[in-house]
Design a protein around this ligand. Structure first.
Ligand SMILES: *[C@@H]1O[C@H](CO)[C@@H](O)[C@H](O)[C@H]1NC(C)=O
Ligand SMILES: *[C@@H]1O[C@H](CO)[C@@H](O)[C@H](O)[C@H]1NC(C)=O
Ligand SMILES: *[C@@H]1O[C@H](CO)[C@@H](O)[C@H](O)[C@H]1NC(C)=O
Ligand SMILES: *[C@@H]1O[C@H](CO)[C@@H](O)[C@H](O)[C@H]1NC(C)=O
Ligand SMILES: *[C@@H]1O[C@H](CO)[C@@H](O)[C@H](O)[C@H]1NC(C)=O
Ligand SMILES: *[C@@H]1O[C@H](CO)[C@@H](O)[C@H](O)[C@H]1NC(C)=O
Ligand SMILES: *[C@@H]1O[C@H](CO)[C@@H](O)[C@H](O)[C@H]1NC(C)=O
Ligand SMILES: *[C@@H]1O[C@H](CO)[C@@H](O)[C@H](O)[C@H]1NC(C)=O
Length: 759
């Protein structure tokens, strides 16, 4: 029950002020502008007469638009078209003229004679009957009616009949089904005339008197929105005149002349093949488009024809527009159907400050963390570059650019790529470990399987070995050499990427029964020996720059799925310039395989590889390790052990017991051990060169093949396939012979694939 506080008073005062403002605005607003020409009477009775219509000579556009206002007989006065009796009820500037037209009727007296019969017509040649707004309508129970007129200069005639049926049950209010008939009006109809009649002058049905039916029929053209049929019309339709809509437009001969003119800002609409025109005020304007200053900006705000939430929030703008706005402390577009107006949060100032501060702090934090991350990234890149340099990347790049042979397909892998391939060098991907480091198995994005060699030690010599290997392997392209795919130098230790060889090392196959329970048969051993000899021979002589491997041993000979030898680990290898046959180096190699002469003199020649290969041959024959510390004294040095046995002619005793032997094989083993003996001679000069070794082994292998075939001992087609890899006369002979003996489809395929090679 408190007194009204100042807070409550404020809106009240505002409301009063606003009301006063609105009131005074309404009072001060100018009167609605006249639609008639300046200085002309604008109304006849209740009807407004806009230009181009007018009631006196200078007020209408031309005589066709003259209106006669009959003051004398009618109060209020009534307007008529020109000097006719067509009464005008409304003139719209959209081109419609509402007039009244007479109803045609025909009535008959009891005896059947015509009582009343009229034939009304409307002949206003400058206007047409609106086809969209009117309908020809007939009412009666025994009635026919004609409509006639002129359509495009031709006469037009049509008709309609209204019947009721015997018991008139179907006559219903609102439905023009029975006792009623309607027709559409054709477009452009002029000079309308109506006539109505009866088929039997209402003598049927006989009992009409019981129904008290009127004996009249009616026909008229009426504005269809107004007409609504009623049952009672059949008995008694009393209207004398009905409303009718005419279309009006201005006729012109040539629109480039001055006469064809609309007011300022108004639009001209040409109709009927440009023979007529109308004018129109654009949206947002109102008034008479036919007058010079006729089109006025509409004050939508005052009229309420706006979309603003309320009139108060609407501001009219000139040029036909308006804007909606929201009061102070409200937000939104102020439009209905838009966002409307909503009250702003009250403590907006606080929010503004808070938001501002929040945004400021956030931006600052983002900037700081961005800078920090940028710094980290920079450090990371720096480290990568450092590693790259330290890992010999620069050196390697120089080398690689120097050798521009097409076999240089060494690719630089990124750290991320390799980490992804190995699941971040997970323990489970390790496939080999040694003094050199670890080998991981990885799968690249394209599905190819790779082996990644990762050095463990962090010393410079190891690094340069890695680089050396890359450089050597980039020079070598041989099917019995593990293919180097690329490297990665961005990491702390350099990484080398190779093709993945599936079947492990020769060492494991010979010595490690936990890994491989099946022994390798002699045939395969011979082939491995031959292939290895071939590749070393190639390295020594055929490669673009001769290469001394320096670390031939069974752990560096890998085997793929069909026991093809792949020589690996070129970390210690040396490229030998063409004019030099020996190099002074630090002694390097693996105990047991190391050339004793090299060990003494530190002079590296290709014969050192021959010695090491000799030891591998002995390993293959005996199945014993190069150095075996846990065996008896005599067996510790493999070379000595075998040589002794050979001397004492008991070679058969030292041959690997796991191999199935026969006389032919034993003979071969004898031959191979002779080769091995030559290879492991103490004086390098006395050793054969690798080419000779390779040729002898190849010869033995071929003999083995022939020998085996003659004995028809080849049961394993897989072995057959691998043997076919070589191209020599004897192989060719083998294939064709085999084709005769069996029909092995695999062999046939191989034959077709290899015959061109053999030629
Ligand atoms: C007014 O209307 C009456 C009746 O239709 C007619 O006789 C009279 O001539 C009209 N006067 C003028 C001025 O048209
Ligand atoms: C004439 O028609 C307009 C609309 O077309 C209407 O607003 C006006 O009230 C009408 N005038 C008369 C006298 O019927
Ligand atoms: C009216 O109808 C009756 C009966 O059909 C007929 O005899 C009579 O001649 C008709 N009268 C006129 C004027 O048509
Ligand atoms: C008046 O209308 C008639 C009929 O359409 C026409 O022939 C005549 O040219 C028009 N008069 C003027 C001045 O346009
Ligand atoms: C006319 O109506 C009366 C009474 O309803 C009836 O007796 C007479 O049969 C009717 N005439 C005809 C021709 O249907
Ligand atoms: C028909 O009209 C007359 C007078 O006009 C009346 O006396 C008579 O009762 C009416 N008949 C019927 C059936 O409505
Ligand atoms: C005919 O209808 C008018 C009005 O609609 C009414 O005044 C008149 O009395 C009716 N005449 C008859 C005979 O029903
Ligand atoms: C219209 O009038 C212009 C200038 O008066 C004239 O050049 C042109 O030929 C006329 N066009 C027609 C179709 O009469």
């Amino acid at each position: 029950m408190g007194r009204p506080t100042a807070k409550k008073l404020v809106p009240l005062i505002i409301a009063i002020v606003v009301n006063i403002a609105i009131f005074s605005a309404a009072v001060s607003s100018s009167p609605v502008p006249s639609l008639a020409k300046l200085g002309c009477e604008s109304k006849c009775g209740d009807v407004e007469i806009p230009f181009p219509f007018g009631m006196s000579d200078n007020c209408y556009l031309n005589i066709n638009f003259s209106i006669t206002c009959n003051h004398t007989h009618f109060t209020p006065a009534k307007p008529f078209l020109m000097n006719s009796n067509v009464e005008v009820t409304n003139i719209s500037l959209h081109g419609e003229l509402h007039v009244l037209n007479y109803v045609a009727r025909a009535c008959y007296s009891e005896d059947g004679s015509a009582d009343i019969k009229n034939r009304p017509s409307i002949r206003v040649p400058m206007f047409t009957i609106s086809n969209t707004k009117n309908k020809f309508t007939v009412i009666g129970c025994d009635t026919y009616a004609y409509i006639s007129g002129e359509l495009d200069g031709e006469s037009y005639r049509s008709g309609c009949m209204a019947l009721c049926g015997t018991f008139r049950k179907n006559i219903k209010d609102g439905s023009c089904w029975s006792g009623c008939c309607q027709l559409e009006i054709p477009k452009g109809l002029q000079k309308l005339a109506l006539e109505v009649g009866s088929f039997h002058n209402y003598t049927e049905p006989e009992n009409k008197s019981n129904l008290n039916l009127s004996q009249c029929g009616y026909a008229f053209v009426i504005e269809q929105n107004i007409f609504n049929f009623k049952k009672s019309y059949i008995n008694n339709y009393t209207e004398e005149k009905v409303p009718l809509v005419l279309d009006w437009k201005i006729k012109h001969e040539n629109c480039s002349t001055d006469k064809c003119k609309c007011g300022q800002k108004s639009e001209k609409i040409l109709e009927d093949g440009s023979k007529y025109y109308r004018c129109k005020c654009p949206n947002g304007y109102h008034g008479n488009p036919y007058l010079d200053e006729g089109c006025q900006d509409t004050n939508e705000c005052k009229l309420g024809t706006h979309q603003c939430v309320s009139n108060d929030m609407c501001e009219n703008a000139p040029e036909g527009t308006y804007t909606c706005y929201c009061p102070e402390n409200y937000e939104g577009d102020g439009k209905e159907g838009g966002t409307g107006c909503r009250k702003k949060h009250s403590n907006s100032k606080f929010i503004k400050i808070a938001t501002g501060t929040g945004v400021g702090i956030t931006v600052l934090l983002i900037a700081i963390s961005w800078l920090y991350l940028g710094y980290k990234k920079w450090k990371f890149i720096q480290r990568k570059e450092e590693f790259f340099k330290k890992n010999g990347g620069t050196m390697l790049q120089q080398h690689l650019s120097q050798w521009q042979s097409p076999t240089d397909t060494v690719r630089i892998f990124s750290q991320e790529e390799l980490e992804k391939a190995t699941n971040k060098f997970n323990e489970s991907t390790v496939v080999g470990k040694g003094g050199y480091g670890t080998v991981h198995k990885g799968v690249l994005d394209d599905g190819s399987v790779i082996a990644i060699k990762k050095s463990q030690l962090l010393d410079q010599s190891q690094t340069s070995q890695f680089i050396n290997e890359v450089i050597v392997l980039s020079q070598v392209n041989h099917r019995n050499v593990v293919k180097l795919l690329g490297c990665c130098l961005e990491t702390q230790v350099p990484l080398l990427v190779y093709e993945f060889i599936t079947n492990g090392t020769l060492f494991d196959h010979i010595h490690d029964r936990t890994k491989y329970s099946n022994h390798i048969p002699w045939e395969a051993r011979l082939r491995i020996a031959s292939e290895t000899a071939g590749v070393i021979s190639y390295l020594h002589s055929s490669a673009s720059t001769p290469v001394i491997h320096r670390d031939i041993k069974s752990t560096n000979i890998l085997l793929d799925h069909n026991f093809t030898a792949k020589v690996s680990d070129f970390g210690a290898s040396k490229l030998v310039p063409m004019d030099q046959t020996q190099l002074s180096t630090m002694v390097q190699g693996t105990l047991g395989y190391l050339d004793p002469e090299y060990l003494l003199k530190s002079e590296l020649t290709e014969k050192s590889d021959v010695y090491s290969f000799g030891i591998v041959l002995l390993e293959l024959i005996t199945g014993k390790k190069a150095v075996c510390f846990d065996g008896p004294e005599a067996e510790r040095n493999l070379a000595m052990y075998v040589l002794c046995a050979m001397k004492e002619d008991r070679l058969a005793e030292v041959v690997d017991k796991e191999m199935v032997m026969d006389e032919g094989k034993l003979n071969q083993i004898k031959e191979v051990s002779k080769i091995a003996k030559e290879c492991v001679r103490v004086r390098g000069e006395e050793r054969p060169n690798m080419k000779e070794v390779a040729m002898e082994l190849e010869g033995l292998k071929v003999m083995q093949v022939q020998h085996s075939w003659i004995k028809n001992n080849l049961s394993n087609s897989e072995e057959m396939i691998s043997l076919l890899g070589e191209t020599s006369n004897s192989t060719q002979f083998l294939v064709s012979s085999r084709m005769n003996s069996t029909s092995n489809s695999i062999t046939t395929d191989i034959l077709t694939a290899h015959v061109p090679d053999a030629r």
